[in-house]
Design a protein around this ligand. Structure first.
Ligand SMILES: [Zn+2]
Length: 208
């Protein structure tokens, strides 16, 4: 099962795959208890959560990492230092409108976070039974996608955003060519649903 946990403008996810409880992402700073309470509301014992997997190191995905106090934390090696230093990666913005928007939201993105020590790095391949990591750089150089075989689903983080009409490319990215290549890579997986961190999760209606 994949459960979406709605935080302000971003989501975290609880995965229950082959008997294990795994969290994906942690929202912005200050959402630790909210996430754990959401897990309890789903009828699950939050003490059973074995690990948190981060899709990438932007502040709205690792913000509450240190508050959760989950035994294992996993991120791509290019994102490790953001968890250890307790600071979110700076988003690369391409328009004036975005720059103004982010300046207004700077308290969320520049906040000092509780650091996470001893995090482990994610490699491409199976990370837990039934959960496969696909390296999908472009939005950031530490972005990963999760493929869940049993659910026939992909969890793409910010590589794509979800709208009523389908999936679209994000307006924030570090390398547009890599982003497009990463989308091509995950399109090879036959799935029924694509989970996104921002917007509406739904069937795989790819942007190209
Ligand atoms: Zn992001």
């Amino acid at each position: 099962m994949i459960y979406e946990i709605n935080l302000r403008f971003v989501k975290a996810f609880l995965l229950e795959v082959r008997g294990k409880l795994i969290l994906v992402d942690s929202g912005t700073k200050g959402n630790g208890n909210r996430i754990l309470n959401a897990v309890t509301s789903l009828g699950k014992d939050s003490r059973r959560i074995e690990a948190v997997i981060y899709t990438h190191s932007h502040g709205d995905h690792i913000g509450s990492a240190g508050e959760l106090k989950i035994p294992r934390n996993l991120i791509h090696e290019n994102g490790l230092r953001y968890l250890t230093n307790g600071i979110g990666r700076k988003p690369v913005l391409h328009s004036t409108a975005l720059k103004i928007g982010f300046a207004l939201m700077s308290p969320f993105f520049n906040a000092r976070l509780s650091p996470v020590f001893g995090a482990e790095t994610l490699k491409e391949g199976e990370v837990f039974p039934g959960i496969q990591v696909i390296y999908t750089p472009g939005h950031t150089d530490d972005s990963i996608t999760l493929y869940m075989e049993d659910e026939e689903a992909l969890l793409v983080g910010d590589m794509l955003q979800g709208t009523k009409k389908g999936l679209r490319l994000p307006s924030i990215y570090e390398d547009f060519e890599l982003l497009r290549k990463s989308v091509e890579k995950v399109k090879q997986f036959r799935v029924k649903k694509v989970y996104v961190s921002h917007g509406i999760s739904g069937p795989p209606r790819w942007p190209f």
